[in-house]
Design a protein around this ligand. Sequence first.
Ligand code: 13P
Length: 247
Amino acid sequence: MSKYCIANWKMYMNRNKIDSYFNDFLEKDFDKNCKLIICPSPMHIDYVYEKIRTNKSIFLGSQNISEHENGAFTGECSLEMLLESNCMYSIIGHSERRELFNENDFNVNSKLQILNNSPVNPIICIGETSDENESGITKAVLKNQLIKIFDNIDFKDTKEYIIAYEPIWAIGTGKSADTETIYSIHKFLKNIINEINTNNCNICLLYGGSVNDNNAAEILSINEVDGFLIGSASLNADKFYNIYNKF
Ligand code: 13P
C-alpha cells in the first residue's frame, strides 16, 4: 500500500515564494517510502515543473480538473492541459470547490470518469460540515458521498485511487480531528470501500485538516491512515518536509 504526503497550495503562492520554497527543499533527502506530491495553482504548474523536473521523488498534481474534455468553459482546465503540464495527479471534490463553486458529488463523479480513462490519478476529497458532525450523521454523509462519486466507475488496476477524508470543520482551523475520530472514520471508510466493487484495486485513504509537524506523527501512527493532504503547513517548505520526514 502506497503512502502519500500531498501539498495543496490553494491560491497562496506566487513566483517569488515558489523560488524561495525550492531554494533548500531540493537538496533534501527524499528517501521515505512515501510519494510527495505538490498541487500548485494552474498558473504555476509549469513553473513548479521546471524546478522539480530532475527530482524523481516529487510529483505534480492539480487542484481541480474540468469535467469536460474541451469547449467553451471559461476559466476551466482540461485533462489534456494537465497532461501537457506533466500533472500525474488531480484533486477533485475539495470542500472549497463544493462550498464556494457549487460542485456536488455528481460533478465529482464526472471528473473521476475523465481521470479514470487517463494516466492522471484522482485525489478524491470527502468530508462533513460541522453541522453534520454535530448532528451525528458524519458516517451517513461520507457513505453517501462515496457511493455517488464511485457510481459506474470501472476501477482499473493500473491506476492509483486516493481518497482524502477532510472534515470541513478541521480545514484551516488549526483544530485537527482527534486520533480516535480519525481511526473510527477511516476504519468505517475502509469497510465501505471493501463493499464497493473496486476490482481489487488498492484505494488509499488520507487524512486532511490542520495537519502540521506537531500532530503528523501521532495521526500517522494510525494504521488506517495512508498519508496526508495538507494545506497551510505545506506552504512552508521546512514544515512540509518535517511532515514528510515522519513517514
Ligand atoms: P489545512 O491543512 O490548512 O487545514 O487545509 C487542508 C486542506 O484543505 C487540504 O486540501
